[in-house]
Design a protein around this ligand. Sequence first.
Ligand code: SAH
Length: 255
Amino acid sequence: MRYDVITLFPELFGPFMSHGINRRAFASGLVDVRLWNPRDFAEGNYRRVDDRPFGGGPGMVMQAEPLYRCWQAIRADRAEAVPAPTVLFSPLGERLSHPLVAAQAEGPGAILLCGRYEGIDQRFIDACVDRQWSLGDFVLSGGELAALALLDAVARLQPGVLNDEGSHQQDSFSPVLDGLLDCPHYTRPEVWSGPQGEAPVPEVLLSGHHGHIEAWRREQRLLTTAQWRPDLLAAARARGDLSRLDERFLQGHAP
Ligand code: SAH
């Protein structure tokens, strides 16, 4: 898949894409990310990309024309019969979520537009933007963090990117585990001397009994989801994803 990112700060992306487990996905081109700076498409000595808002008010607005030229260049370069969508990151957009990321992870990619300043001239949005996505109900100073969040989440879903093939299927929201949250994790030492005294790991995890461990993990997923995201538990129930055993366990552990 290919993502073309329109950003005034392309240098923010490099360090992120060259570290950690996802590095391979980006380096191999499995997730092919190309960075475009609208400033390279602006005219004049100052290569201006922003101007003051009509009607007055604070801040600056990104101008339509440099964005449009940049976008046209990307479209020509992608040369797709069916153009991939152009996505603007914006607080008004659809909230990023696992289903959205999972769909992207299997798609052709997109043109991602990162706003800055007060935002973007609405005429460009009306003419060229197909979708708008938000990182959450708060305001960032630019769309880059939202773009990076998306690229990171998409990259780790690519086959072979996580060391253990299929390990993302054990993660929170995974449909393989009925959209529940992840269970707690423990590692060595077996007993940790913490601020509250000796803290052992749950004994079942040391038992070596695969069936018991899996049953315990299922229970922990159910409990965690009931506690933190009852809406996800309700959704799993509505889909018919909870077994009779699950329900009996939950009843015995009603808060
Ligand atoms: N005036 C706008 C905020 C502009 S912030 C408003 O009040 O809604 C500058 C840019 O940051 C935006 O154009 C957008 O691309 C990005 N941005 C800000 N908050 C965001 C969020 N929650 N999710 C995704 N992108 C966001």
